[in-house]
Design a protein around this ligand. Structure first.
Ligand code: CA2
Length: 149
């Protein structure tokens, strides 16, 4: 088990997953995603910290916490992807892998979703794989951490 946890951070409204607009985001809840991430993290020997917030400032504070305590960040910043220079700046201070995840393929959606501030500072971006994208991100983190040992 790696000592430093991977922080999996989720942005605004993702707490509604599986409860509203299933035609866009499916029936899987955030609790389902957390459970799947925990099972895979255990298999991969990764410690996990899984959080969701509707507040930009709280997400920035968690990124600052992760900077000191984490081995990597997997982040679905939700709508802040497209607006938040504060989250981009906070992520830019981290010197470990950052993987950006989106459930939907943001490039197939409205033009305002095509730009991501977070992609500027992410090592990798996974979009359009649904909840499976989180698991792909964790596998990639495990691969990167094994390579850097
Ligand atoms: O595809 C993604 O994962 C997004 O990050 C989801 C965000 C959206 O603003 C991004 O452009 C793409 C929206 C998350 C809101 O999730 C909801 C879930 C159920 C009902 C309503 C919103």
């Amino acid at each position: 088990m790696s000592e430093r946890p991977v922080f999996v951070l989720n942005g605004p409204n993702l707490n509604l997953l599986g409860k509203r607009e299933p035609e866009i985001y499916g029936h899987t809840t955030l609790a389902d995603i957390e459970a799947a991430c925990r099972a895979l993290a255990q298999e991969l020997g990764l410690a996990l910290e899984f959080r969701q917030s509707n507040s930009e400032g709280e997400l920035v504070s968690w990124i600052q916490e992760a900077r000191e305590a984490a081995s990597a960040i997997v982040i679905n910043p939700a709508a802040y992807t497209h607006t938040s220079i504060a989250i981009m700046d906070a992520l830019a201070t981290c010197s470990f892998p950052i993987i950006e995840v989106h459930l939907s393929n943001i490039h197939r959606r409205e033009p305002f979703r095509h730009h991501s501030y977070v992609s500027k500072v992410a090592q990798a971006v996974i979009a359009g794989c649904g909840a499976h994208g989180y698991l792909l991100a964790l596998r990639h983190v495990a691969y990167l951490l094994a390579q850097s040992r």
